[in-house]
Design a protein around this ligand. Structure first.
Ligand code: PGA
Length: 252
């Protein structure tokens, strides 16, 4: 059985002090919930401080991005080995990275490889844009993104995939549970063509895009969906806790 996972992507929100205050609010509540893997992904500069707050808890830490080289003259970048000292997870290929920072499938592929190499678990984000969705190209786009992101990668242990329709991110327009389940089922079938049965069966695939405490149950109850990648609602301790609690209740 796959352990469900709920990750909070704080994006470019919270100062270091605010990040510490937020994780303090969540810490005891989250730590009490078992059978769900709980991950918080604050901005880079807060990772060390947040790590300190959660050090004796079951909460895991993730970064929101990284560069693929291990060190060198790449001003402003953060490397996989730097993150590996602090976190267990790293979000890769988020649609905002693809949209605003020019991340291509090839870059995403290099990042996924680099993360796996140092033992970080990549949360690989894929999902179609609104124009693709409206033109009925969802399956094609998602399949292509999957193939380019994972090209040449033989061992996917540790990998997590998040299906996030771009039009559902931060818009309050989540897709339906059934629709998300269908695409995630397709992703798993595609993965089964590329990897062995065991790897595919243990692969966790999350839904992301306007998940809230109100609608999370609709996604989590779907058989193919193993959890959620939560943006906006993860900045509210009560909402995030409620999403994790519901996940434990439904899937735990
Ligand atoms: P949202 O973001 O929950 O605010 O829509 C999700 C994400 O970007 O991972």
């Amino acid at each position: 059985m796959r352990v469900p996972l709920v990750a909070g992507n704080w994006k470019m929100n919270t100062t270091v002090n605010e990040a510490v205050a937020l994780v303090y609010k969540m810490r005891l509540g989250l730590d009490e919930i078992d059978k769900v893997e709980k991950v918080v992904c604050p901005p880079f500069i807060s990772l060390a401080a947040v790590k300190e707050v959660i050090k004796d808890s079951s909460i895991r830490l993730g970064a929101q991005n990284m560069y693929f080289e291990s060190s060198g003259a790449y001003t402003g970048e953060i490397s996989p080995i730097m993150l590996a000292e602090l976190c267990q997870f790293v979000i890769i290929g988020h649609s905002e990275r693809r949209q605003y920072f020019g991340e291509t499938g090839e870059i995403v592929n290099r990042k996924v490889r680099a993360a796996l190499k140092v033992g970080l678990k990549p949360i690989l984000c894929i999902g179609e844009r609104l124009d693709d969705y409206e033109a009925g190209r969802t399956e094609k786009v998602v399949t292509e993104q999957l193939e380019s992101s994972l090209a040449g990668i033989g061992d996917i242990s540790g990998l997590v995939i998040a299906y996030e329709p771009v039009w559902a991110i931060g818009t309050g327009k989540a897709t339906t549970g059934e629709q998300a389940n269908e695409i995630i089922g397709l992703i798993r079938r595609n993965m089964a063509k590329l990897y062995d049965k065991e790897a595919t069966q243990s692969l966790r695939i999350l839904y992301g895009g306007s998940v809230t405490a109100v609608n999370s149950g609709e996604f989590i109850k779907q058989p193919e969906i193993d959890g959620a990648l939560v943006g906006g609602a993860s900045l509210d301790a009560d909402q995030f806790l409620s999403i994790v609690r519901q996940t434990a209740k439904i899937k735990g």
